[in-house]
Ligand binder design. Sequence first.
Ligand SMILES: [Zn+2]
Length: 302
Amino acid sequence: MKKLVLMLVLLVSLGCLVLVMTYGRNQQKRNDDKSPTVSEAAGDSNSDEDDLSSLVNPTPEVPKAGAEDDLELVGDLTGSDGENPAGDAPKKTNKVIVLDPGHGGKRTGAVYFGVMEKDVTLKVANYCRAYLLNNYENVEVYLTREEDIATDPDIKVELEQRVIYAKEMDADVVVSLHFNSMESHLGRGAEVYCSRRENIKDATFELGEDVMAELVKLGITRRGVLSKKSNDMFDETGDPYDYYAINRHCSTYGIPGIIIEHCFMDNKEDAEFMSTEEALAELAAADARGIAKYLGLKKKSE
Ligand SMILES: [Zn+2]
């Protein structure tokens, strides 16, 4: 009788051991299916709890669901979109371009020869986006406005919001699109404004030169790839911030951000570069090629 009881206890123990081992193996396989990321570590840290629960609860699915919730949380913290909680591809593969069509709504920008700057900047932005998406691989393009609107009654707030939006989109570059004018109406050519701030200066000037090179190919005069100091905003060392808000806010967020003044819309000869839809599309294509060069975008194969 004693022997029988001993045998029974031994058998039950063996059964338990097999159960635990099988579960352990399944757990191992689950982990193997995942790429070795931070998320996996988070899963492991829960494994003790899982094993304990599995002894009490014969269906191991409940603690596993809990563990996956945790994984999702880690995914969020590491910048994943949450749809891929295993953290398979947290790395961004696309280059993100944010185009900023200058002005909008009651802020018309310059108005000459029946043309409002806010309208042509939006057209160039749309042409530029189409050119980028049609011609290059692994690229995403977002516009700070899709319509004829001013997003905030305060221009200062609005300009900062445009850059905050770019930051939210995880932009690699911000390109603000404008057209120029001058009191004498004698100005001709393209200007690109870059940041003078150390953290972003080299990157913005490189981007600015790449865009300028393409505009010059259209026959537009090079006025300069420039930066402008603020006269009333300084950092703690006394170094002036950028004068233009887009440059200034982009520097704060560490995004290379430039302002393109394509040509002078108040000068009859320069206005030829923007007088038709085809001309606007040409300007946009030049912008796109410059941006693509800076970002090293790969052309789509024919
Ligand atoms: Zn403007």
